[in-house]
Design a protein around this ligand. Structure first.
Ligand SMILES: Cc1ncc(COP(=O)(O)O)c(C=O)c1O
Length: 429
């Protein structure tokens, strides 16, 4: 990290999408498009995704795990994203009928989908079985009951992985830890549920048991947690012919200056090495979400109010907020902020960036820094907003959801239009 990357310095370039560049006037361009012109043309708040970045990360995942590695669509999903990941040779992890439907509407065949979820309904399972879903990651005994009933009623038996909970507490926010014994997900290894589920699935003519799955959490920076999960799962691979192991997703990404995260390639190597060390020869696969999309996007907002409380804090209020990025409120997540009109400028002014919702907790960047001359009307950007922002967004306070553009080679493609106020009335009768 250079001295300029510290507090008060310009935004570290490493937090921007791959094709980000700064023009002669210090304005930020992404995918060859001027970001201020994008804000003008499409309005704000606006999610701007760098298509080259998305494709590069997809290719890195395919390189690390082979074709058919999964993209976890919960991180960000629209038809354009589903189609892009599919074009790049990835399969898609979907965890609800809604995600399944969007992927299918984008033209992704059911055989390229992996259906997740801790409470899949009979309807969700029936559609997946009928259409020939690639894999079902079975999460509970009740789900096995439902699959058996559907197959008994004439639907084809699916290929399944069993989701095992290895009893590992990865160092991450407790809301995104999933590998520990006390979890709503999967069959616990320590409780004996995993062995019972394995025996039942092996004996059941309603499922073709092809392997095991584990997902220990999200925003994990250390390979050792994945290594421990692999060690816990190894005995099933020693004792049985199991062709597949999925280590889930969860690799962390850097959100703020000074944070460093492993690349998908490094993560892939670490988990392959761990499998080799544990004597597992099954095909290894994974389902990264955040690592594919987080750094591909920036969100552009317009500053509407600057409230300076001398000696206390300066609040900079923008035209979005917790409805387009709930992560700071949910997990206390940190973000950076900067002005794309002065991308390389020192950020000497401490501010708290807040949204427009009727909620004091509606904070986007608690410890933000911006150039001293920030003013009302400026376009303000937050980087690394490509994951779990748009997808976790809401209409709280009846704020319409922002538009999404994909930029590449100097042109911008609107892939999700901005919601209108009439859209907010669509479901009212
Ligand atoms: C089962 C499963 N797979 C993959 C992911 C993707 O995780 P990440 O976006 O952290 O890579 C998640 C995230 O919650 C998950 O629950």
């Amino acid at each position: 990290m250079s001295a300029a990357d510290g507090p008060g310095g310009p935004l570290p370039a490493a937090l921007l999408p791959l094709t980000a560049e700064v023009d002669a006037d210090d304005r930020l361009r992404i995918g060859g498009c001027d970001t201020l012109a994008l804000a003008e043309e499409f309005g704000t708040p606006l999610f701007v995704y760098d298509e080259a970045h998305l494709r590069a990360r997809c290719r890195e995942a395919v390189e690390a795990f082979g074709p058919g590695v999964n993209y976890a669509t919960k991180a960000f999903l629209c038809k354009a994203m589903a189609a892009l990941a599919h074009e790049e040779g990835l399969h898609l992890d979907v965890s609800t009928a809604g995600e399944y439907h969007v992927a299918r509407a984008a033209g992704v065949p059911a055989s390229a989908l992996v259906l997740h979820g801790n409470n899949k309904s009979t309807g969700e399972l029936a559609r997946a079985l009928r259409e020939g879903v690639g894999r079902i990651v079975v999460d509970s005994f009740d789900e096995l009951d439902r699959i058996e009933a559907l197959v008994a009623a004439g639907l084809p038996a699916p290929a399944v992985l069993l989701r095992l909970t290895p009893g590992i507490e990865a160092h991450t926010h407790e809301y995104v830890q999933t590998g520990q014994d006390d979890s709503k997900f999967g069959f616990g290894v320590h409780t004996g549920a995993a062995d019972a589920a394995f025996q039942r699935a092996q004996a059941s003519p309603a499922v073709d048991l092809v392997g095991l799955h584990t997902h220990i959490g999200s925003q994990i920076f250390e390979a050792r947690f994945f290594e421990r999960a692999i060690e816990v799962l190894a005995r099933w691979f020693h004792d049985h012919e199991l062709p597949e192991l999925s280590v889930g997703g969860g690799i962390g990404v850097a959100y703020v200056a000074g944070e460093e995260a492993p690349s998908i390639a490094e993560w892939g190597k670490a988990v392959h090495d761990a499998c080799a060390a544990a004597g597992i020869t099954a095909r290894l696969t994974a389902e990264p979400g955040r690592a594919i999309v987080a750094q591909a996007a920036v969100t552009l907002y317009t500053v509407g109010t600057v409230k300076d409380i001398p000696g206390i804090r300066t609040y900079v209020a923008v035209d979005g907020g917790m409805s387009d990025n709930p992560r700071p409120v949910l997990y206390g997540s940190g973000y950076e902020t900067f002005l794309p009109r002065s991308t390389g400028a020192a950020r000497t002014r401490r501010v708290t960036v807040v949204g427009k919702h009727c909620e004091s907790g509606d904070v986007l960047v608690r410890e933000g820094r911006v150039p001293a001359d920030l003013r009302v009307g400026d376009v303000l950007a937050t980087p690394v907003t490509g994951a779990y922002g748009h997808s976790m967004g809401s209409n709280y306070n009846k704020v319409p959801r922002p538009a999404v553009v994909f930029v590449a080679d100097g042109s911008a493609r609107l892939v999700v239009r901005r919601e209108t106020e009439d859209d907010l009335l669509r479901h009212d009768l």
